[in-house]
Design a protein around this ligand. Structure first.
Ligand code: FAQ
Length: 325
């Protein structure tokens, strides 16, 4: 055989892949895909899964201090949902040929990223409401288009996740409405939490389009459907009337309606702060990763016990099969 044959095969496979993307259809795990496409998806899905898992920490911090049984039950359910989201996403990543254990190791060795937003501390109970309103609100804005991502397992995981995120956003907003209708001290807590979380929420959408090395290719592959700045704009426009209804001020003196653009103008987030946070120097990076490492190491005996049980079951089945033969 000449070496031309495998190359032709590869070209045919690539043509098939390109045609599937051009027809806006899904790529499934059994399908051929370019190595760059696989790597991009592993990077994004792993980062997303890690965010859900690390994202349990800032809110988990308040479970024991929730102000009522009702608030505690809601918060507990929300934090458990985030664990579930992490599991769906690790499972989606595994369909691309990586192992969850390997991804977790990369997270606790700080070799893979997670969302910048979870490196900020939760200082008051109003933060729980503001995380639901702004952080889950930003997550929904970013993730609804991912339900149409070209990679089937990721798109399907996102449909379920987005349904739960909508509930998360509502519980946060409902909590804030209760506080806004409470005492002056409670209203002040809501304003103070909004002041701290607004800019980091805008940073969740990633760097400005001009500084986003991955966007162009990810959009060509129908992984991302909108640029970082398009989604950030959508989030700002969505949040302004919600802030008005709550009676809080968004901490941006440049925020105003632009009639010509039919959108809000807004100020520039502090991109130096963003870069420092994603490079590992945010207020809580070290604490978040150390906590995750402790939990992973502390859970080693559970994984070992489960493996020993699975091995025993497999050996028993083998014995039964041999006896029957
Ligand atoms: N934080 O070229 P781009 C949630 C990195 S889940 C950290 O624009 P891309 C639910 C980026 O990875 C929140 N790193 O990258 C919840 C890349 O670095 P790399 C997570 C960031 O991928 C709520 C570099 O900068 N959501 O909140 C960030 O095209 C409450 C250049 O950036 C997802 O992961 C950032 N904010 O676009 C849970 C959604 N932004 O990897 C608990 C899926 C950028 O080359 C409680 N992901 N970087 O070393 C995405 O949509 C995209 O990956 C973007 C970034 C938009 C985040």
């Amino acid at each position: 055989m000449s070496i031309a044959e495998p190359l032709t095969d590869e070209r045919e496979l690539e043509t098939g892949f390109d045609a599937t993307i051009a027809a806006d259809q899904r790529i499934e795990p059994r399908d051929w895909m370019p190595e760059g496409y696989r790597k991009t998806l592993i990077r994004q899905i792993a980062q997303h899964a890690h965010s859900e898992i690390i994202g349990m920490q800032p809110e988990g911090n308040w479970i024991l201090r929730a102000p009522s049984l009702r608030r505690k039950a809601i918060l507990l359910a929300k934090v458990q949902d985030e664990a579930g989201h992490g599991m769906y996403l690790y499972a989606a990543a595994e369909t691309l040929g990586v192992d969850r254990e390997e991804l977790t190791e990369k997270l606790i060795d700080s070799k893979q990223k997670y969302s910048s937003i979870f490196n900020y501390p939760t200082l008051s109970y109003a933060d729980i409401g503001v995380i639901g309103w702004l952080v889950d609100g930003a997550a929904i804005c970013n993730q609804v288009p991912l339900c149409r991502c070209s990679y089937g397992p990721y798109a399907r995981a996102m449909i379920r996740i987005c349904k739960e995120e909508s509930f998360h956003q509502r519980q946060g907003y409902e909590l804030l409405l209760a506080m806004a209708n409470g005492t002056d001290a409670q209203r002040q807590m809501v304003q103070e939490a909004t002041d701290r979380w607004w800019w980091p929420s805008l940073m969740m959408f990633g760097p400005p389009d001009g500084d986003s090395p991955n966007s162009q290719q990810s959009m060509a592959w129908n992984i991302k459907r909108h640029t970082n700045d398009e989604l950030r704009q959508r989030f700002v426009d969505m949040s302004v009337p919600q802030a008005e209804a709550l009676g809080v001020t968004l901490p941006d003196p440049e925020l105003r309606w632009n009639d010509e653009r039919q959108a809000h103008d807004y100020g520039e987030p502090d991109w130096d702060e963003f870069k420092a946070v994603i490079a590992g120097s945010g207020p809580a990076n070290a604490q978040r990763v150390a906590h995750r490492r402790r939990a992973h190491e502390g859970g080693a005996w559970v994984r070992e016990a489960a493996q020993a049980y699975a091995d025993k079951q497999a050996a028993r089945k083998d014995e039964v099969r041999k006896a029957a033969a």
